[in-house]
Design a protein around this ligand. Structure first.
Ligand SMILES: CN1c2c(nc(N)[nH]c2=O)NC[C@@H]1CNc1ccc(C(=O)N[C@@H](CCC(=O)N[C@@H](CCC(=O)N[C@@H](CCC(=O)O)C(=O)O)C(=O)O)C(=O)O)cc1
Ligand SMILES: N[C@@H](CCS)C(=O)O
Ligand SMILES: [Zn+2]
Length: 772
């Protein structure tokens, strides 16, 4: 095919769409089902209605091919586990008795059985359920969900393409099942898995699929030769099947690197590649392998993970180059639109001019359609769209919110000395011990206490004007009183105020920072039915007023014990927001760090002796390719130190991390130079304590002894055992006792019981320590 005919055939598509509906109908229906308020049939019918309306909207917007199978009640990796029959033994009976109930049992656990582990989906804030596999895993095909959803879309008269997690990515995301030796590599199960995919592909073909998409984002990470060989084998086998639809192998989130030649040569009919950000390197790499003669290329030129309008002219230039490299070029967003909110036009509180800079899922779909149209019919067919796009880009580039001279001058003046504590750790540690007078194995929590329905309703009432500011603040003060009094009674050593005033640990701060936009409806799925509204870091960032001092000081006024100030760190602020794409992340991080540094100074001036700066996203934002990591860690650790190092030696700086494995960032953790770090560790039986010890980590640490992701209350004996394990790695003078993470998703009864047990465990283990 010539470049001209490749252009004429250009079509628009996306790989996935937000699942929850305009008013979070799916969240409400699923939670209603869990609470017994919504029946299974009603839940299924809500879900089917949402899928229908999404497909209709996509088709009405001009999309030529809609995705199917991307919908999920909880998580698409869990759906894949069901599709390949890899149900863990402990869940088998529940799944056999009731497929839907069993599905949720795998996701959330029950009193009797633990759920699957949950972890980050690549470097996003979406979490998937980790497949558990072992040498004895027997795969069996269950294509029912995929076939049913394809059938629904085809019945609407649409051209539809099922989207599946590819076999290589599925296996690379899996872990050895409990009891299986840690050395077991799930990828060794590829030969057993391929016949199951073959069966699903045949079923989809029989149901009317012309194309099926197999997502292989794991191939954008550094892969060993053996893993690349497995990818080659996988697509040689699937490509060689006779009874199958055409195959589109998709990658996203970064460049394919060494996997590109492997996939380019594979006997499949199409590849979908990301051409945004670091993945733009795919363009030269594709030319270097001689393009994709005879294949369909789906070009992800619209950033599926950020919220800024596309530079349509720039994308058209990329697409123009690609036309010479494939038989047919289609246009798409770079990845599933699951990671962006639904519709920017719903954000009525955002100034209309600024709203025009924003593209959420609906607007990105329109951009994809415009680009495909321009490719197929020439730019003359989209003159108005291109002119409007140029004007909006110019309005953003020239806006005063993107350049605040005072913020820029301050950031430019930062010196290395601003990012260092004034005294070495040993001296600060002595000063802090003298000031705080804590026992050995001091107890603390990570910050949040239960975010009850009552608190959320109070905030909704405040917004709706049903509750005045005074009434709301009284409600928050009452909550803080309860949290402080509970901690005093329980005997916790370093208290927290409980964060009742925070809708979210990132959004709360962004709402108070200049240069950041908060959304009203911009929900994005974080895990299961839990959603976040990531703020938009749109301009230069500064802090007009203290953000937390009022509540920390109020809490401190209620007790003689130290109350920890509680802030979200600069790296996590960036990671869980939509960041500006017109300057390096390092520059934005430095601006946020300076704003937070002022908050730290104000907390200290108000008498706060312990300040925690949370960085749960430090590990998650680590670039997917090792070659990019050093540069990231340099600016990330500098931003944390810039936030925290302006304090007196006797002010104790804590940090906290969770939701990740930390083994490969221990040096970066050390580089933060925080006095104390609390880390998630309960499920891994204090593995991180051993990793810190192996590194020679010199400061204090609190590996968690209470898994707050589970409703299970750990007994005092169990917590004490974990502490004794911790003591084998970290000496008593440097070991803290705390839960894995904050308690906002837990209820009060379990929180009370678990923290009482935690304090009892600390007392028991203290009494076992040799007298000094
Ligand atoms: C630590 N985690 C976080 C991540 N990312 C963040 N940005 N923040 C995090 O804390 N990533 C990793 C993990 C993910 N974990 C979670 C845990 C819990 C949630 C969660 O509970 N989300 C809530 C929404 C939270 C929120 O924004 N609350 C607001 C608004 C609440 C609301 O919906 N109000 C209703 C009315 C309420 C009523 O009447 O009951 C409304 O406005 O209509 C608030 O409290 O004010 C969720 O519901 O999903 C997310 C990630
Ligand atoms: N301080 C926060 C940290 C969560 S990672 C909390 O306790 O919820
Ligand atoms: Zn945490």
């Amino acid at each position: 095919m010539t470049a001209k005919s490749a252009a004429a055939a250009a079509r628009a598509t996306v790989y996935g769409y937000p699942r929850q509906g305009r008013n979070r109908e799916l969240k409400k229906a699923v939670e209603g089902y869990w609470q017994g308020r919504v029946g299974a049939d009603a839940l299924r019918s809500t879900a089917a209605g949402l899928r229908r309306s999404t497909w209709r909207q996509l088709a009405d917007a001009g999309l030529h091919e809609v995705p199917t199978g991307d919908f999920s009640y909880y998580d698409h990796v869990l759906d894949t586990t069901v599709m390949v029959g890899a149900i863990p033994k402990r869940h088998r009976a529940a799944v056999d008795a009731d497929a839907l109930g069993g599905y949720f049992a795998m996701a959330r656990g029950t009193q009797e059985v633990a759920p699957l582990e949950m972890t980050k989906w690549f470097d996003t804030n979406y979490h998937y359920l980790v497949p558990e596999l072992g040498p004895g895993t027997v795969f069996t095909a269950d294509s029912a969900k995929q076939v049913a959803e394809l059938t629904e879309a085809l019945a609407l008269g649409l051209s539809a393409r099922p989207v599946l997690v590819g076999p290589v990515t599925y296996l690379l995301l899996a872990k050895p099942a409990p009891g299986v030796p840690a050395g077991f590599e799930p990828l060794t199960l590829l030969e057993a898995l391929l016949p199951v995919y073959a069966e699903v592909l045949a079923d989809l073909r029989a149901a009317g699929a012309e194309w099926v998409q197999l997502d292989e984002p794991a191939l954008v990470q550094d892969r060993t030769p053996a893993e690349l060989q497995a990818a080659e084998r996988c697509y040689r086998v699937l490509g060689g099947l006779t009874d199958r639809p055409k195959l589109l192998v998709a990658s996203y989130f970064d460049r394919l690197g060494d996997a590109l030649p492997v996939l380019a040569k594979a006997p499949v009919e199409g590849l979908a590649l990301d051409f945004t950000g670091a993945a733009a390197a795919n363009l030269d790499a594709l030319a270097a392998v001689g393009g994709l003669p005879g294949k369909r290329l789906v070009a992800g030129v619209v950033d599926g993970r950020n919220v800024w309008i596309n530079d349509l002219s720039k994308s058209l230039s990329t697409l123009g180059t690609l036309l010479g490299l494939a038989d047919r070029v289609d246009v798409a967003a770079s990845c599933s639109l699951l990671h962006v909110p639904l519709d920017a036009s719903a954000e009525r509180d955002v100034e209309p001019q600024i709203r025009r800079w924003l593209a959420f899922a609906r607007q990105k779909t329109a951009e994809v359609v415009t680009l495909a149209e321009a490719l197929a019919r020439g730019t003359g067919s989209v003159t108005a769209e291109l002119a409007a796009n140029r004007a909006d880009l110019a309005s953003r580039a020239g806006s005063p919110i993107t350049r605040d001279p005072a913020v820029r001058a301050r950031a430019a003046a930062v010196t290395d000395a601003d990012t260092r504590r004034s005294q070495p750790y040993a001296e600060r540690s002595a000063a802090q011990r003298a000031r705080l007078g804590l026992p050995l194995l001091p107890t603390t929590t990570i910050g949040s206490f239960p975010q009850t329905g009552g608190l959320r309703r109070a905030r909704a009432d405040l917004r709706a004007g049903r509750l005045g500011t005074g009434g709301y603040e009284e409600r928050i003060e009452a909550e803080i009183q309860e949290v402080i009094s509970f901690q005093e009674t329980t005997g916790i050593d370093v208290l927290v105020h409980g964060e009742p005033e925070r809708n979210d640990m990132v959004q709360y701060f962004a709402e108070q920072l200049t240069g950041c936009l908060a959304t009203r409806h911009g929900w994005v799925q974080s895990y299961g039915t839990r959603y976040v509204r990531p703020p938009i870091l749109a301009g230069d960032v500064s802090r007009p007023e203290p953000m937390t001092v009022r509540w920390t000081s109020y809490a401190q006024s209620l007790t003689e014990r130290p109350v920890k100030g509680m802030l979200t760190g600069p790296v996590t602020m960036l990671a869980w927001s939509f960041v500006r794409d017109d300057q390096p992340l390092a520059d934005t991080a430095r601006q946020v760090a300076l704003a937070l540094r002022d908050e730290v100074a104000d907390l200290e001036a108000a008498g706060t002796a312990v300040i925690q700066v949370d960085e749960p996203a430090l590990r998650e934002t680590l670039p997917l390719r090792a070659a990019d990591r050093a540069a990231y860690l340099a600016w990330a650790t500098e931003a944390f130190r810039l936030t925290t190092t302006g304090v007196r030696p006797d002010t104790q700086i804590h940090t906290h991390m969770c939701y990740a494995e930390f083994g490969d960032i221990v040096q970066a953790i050390d580089d933060l130079d925080a006095d104390v770090i609390s880390l998630e560790a309960a499920r891994s039986h204090m593995q991180v304590a051993r990793e810190l010890a192996a590194h020679g980590y010199p400061r204090e640490a609190g590996p968690g002894v209470y898994d707050i992701h589970s409703p299970r209350v750990p007994g005092a004996d169990e917590a004490a055992d974990l502490l004794r394990t911790g003591l084998k790695a970290i000496p008593a003078e440097r070991l803290w006792v705390n839960p894995d993470c904050g308690l906002k998703t837990r209820g009060w009864p379990e929180t009370r019981a678990a923290l009482e047990n935690l304090v009892a465990a600390a007392r028991t283990v203290r009494s076992e320590l040799p007298a000094s």
